[in-house]
Design a protein. Sequence first.
Length: 334
Amino acid sequence: MTAEGVDAAALARLGGIAGTAPSLLVTARRASVLHLAAPGPHGVRLTLPDGLTVERLRLLADPAAGDAAPVPPGTSVEPLAADSGAGASVILAKVARLLPATLAAPCPVPALDAADWARARDLTAVAAEDVLAHHETAARALRPVGEARVPLEGAEDTRVVAFRPVDGGIEHLAIVIGRPDPAGPVLARIHSECFTGDLLGSLRCDCGEQLRGAIQAIAAEGAGVLLYLAQEGRGIGLVNKLRAYSLQDGGLDTVEANEQLGFDDDERIYSPAAEILRHLGFERVRLMTNNPRKVSALARHRLEVVERVPHTFPANAYNLGYLRAKARRSGHLF
Ligand SMILES: Nc1nc2c(ncn2[C@@H]2O[C@H](COP(=O)(O)OP(=O)(O)OP(=O)(O)O)[C@@H](O)[C@H]2O)c(=O)[nH]1
Ligand SMILES: [Zn+2]
């Protein structure tokens, strides 16, 4: 069960099905916030000496519930293995854009008919390895599923091509301006969705300017592609980004806020971007970005970044601290 969704009845039900008291699973980031020594890279399982209550697990998992509660004395703290079902449950919570914390209780499931066992209890059985492979499986399954001409202000010769995994799931968009030549390096922007910046014109970040600036710059050159990736909030989702904003209003920087919530500073993956570029026939790009991690991520996915094209816009009173934190903490080049 996800820590975020649980109430007292659900907690009792899980304990009843398992026959043991549930443990709380948190990421290594959240474990550090809770001052747990050497939690290991894949998170920890916390088993409290006198069991979990909803209030206690909220204080351990959710910074909005209050300052991180000290872990009670006598709590067993076990590092999670990379390929464990427990670790997979935390990844599943991330995929659902919830807080990355779950409740787990080993259940006496008969090995051969786990699905039947689960169905009889109104549960869903999911194999840990499927969850662990989810991001890569979804990226490999991306296909163009719809496209249309969408003339944009200042870039009238534009097509929007939507990509989606064959078995459903979240869409990413390719905005193809002009007729980029697959033989040459294509001018490209890989833009991570930002509802507040892109749509509302938020001044907390530079996303809106980067989005419109990229379209203008590509149109000025005559051709190129902008990928609009569904990974809001550096991959933590819009709701968690709003939570992170609220923590930043309390004095944390953008990286610390992510960590309080249990996330890495940047949870994005770039295999979907690489798959889409390859699908469109592009293997060499001139990438408009200030983020060196994007350049190395594309290279890891066998796309050649022949040039990094700086993509900077003037700061304002609200985003100055954010831009400075990105430079200082995450190595962005301004
Ligand atoms: N978690 C989190 N995400 C944020 C925050 N501010 C903006 N974002 C998200 O960050 C993403 C944009 O990433 P940035 O780090 O600004 O820039 P970048 O894409 O890495 O680098 P550039 O290519 O140079 O723009 C968008 O998905 C935004 O929603 C924040 O304070 N916390
Ligand atoms: Zn933004």
